[in-house]
Ligand binder design. Structure first.
Ligand SMILES: [Ca+2]
Ligand SMILES: [Ca+2]
Length: 231
């Protein structure tokens, strides 16, 4: 009887080991990495709308997005961090709502700035190695925002150690360079941008209205990263 239970235990342990190996193979997540899984708000519409027209819009496939792998010690850095903007007096809401953790798409959860090109900027208070920036502009209605340029720098004026993390300003409206990234249709999932280890204390997000309005909107921005490796 004792031997039987030991045997069963051994089988159990090896099955557990096997399933762990299979799981690692299935997910394809290399050691030391993890899939970034931002907490998501409630969806306000379902399905992927195909009636949004814009010259630089990515192809709408209806497929779930590819997961972003980041180092396993990456943390959310931006919660409740101070936000400034080219428009210091938003038409709707308060700039600090961009980092308050509320990602709901409903009225009262987004800010409106603008019109035309504007930016918002988060001060992370220290320099970090950045791995992901997730942005929810507005998700109670399908639309695509224009001239989205995301950059990181050491200083608040974006002069020192500047990295352009993404740029979908394909015709250089903002004068920051020709962007090769695509516009996307906003959903409750937000947009996960790979920051590829860019360094910076300040993160600035540009935009220039959307397919729906000349104003820009933000529900939430999250910045994920870790302390830079010492040199
Ligand atoms: Ca918010
Ligand atoms: Ca443009």
């Amino acid at each position: 009887m004792k031997q039987n239970s030991r045997l069963l235990m051994m089988i159990g342990v090896s099955l557990f080991g096997l399933s762990a190996v299979l799981l690692a193979q299935e997910t394809g997540v290399p050691e030391g990495m993890m899939e970034l899984k931002p907490e998501l708000p409630r969806p306000l519409f379902v399905g992927t709308p195909t009636n949004i027209v814009s010259t630089n819009l990515e192809e709408v496939t209806g497929q779930p997005r590819k997961p972003l792998l980041v180092p396993a010690d990456v943390k959310l850095l931006s919660r409740d961090k101070y936000v400034t903007s080219s428009d210091s007096a938003p038409i709707i809401g308060d700039l600090q709502m961009i980092t308050d953790g509320d990602k709901e798409g409903v009225d009262g959860s987004y800010i409106e700035i603008g019109p035309r090109p504007q930016w918002v900027q988060i001060d992370l208070e220290e320099e970090y190695e950045l791995h992901a920036i997730v942005v929810w502009h507005y998700h109670s209605q399908a639309r695509a925002y224009k001239d989205v340029v995301v950059m990181a720098a050491e200083d608040e004026d974006m002069l020192d150690g500047v990295t352009i993390v993404m740029n979908n300003d394909h015709d250089n409206t903002l004068g920051l360079g020709l962007g090769t990234d695509k516009e996307w249709i906003e959903t409750y999932e937000g947009r996960v941008i790979d920051a590829k280890g860019a360094r910076g204390r300040f993160v600035r997000l540009h935009s220039d209205g959307s397919t729906a309005s000349p104003m820009s909107h933000y529900v939430e921005v999250e910045v994920y990263g870790r302390p830079p490796a010492s040199e």
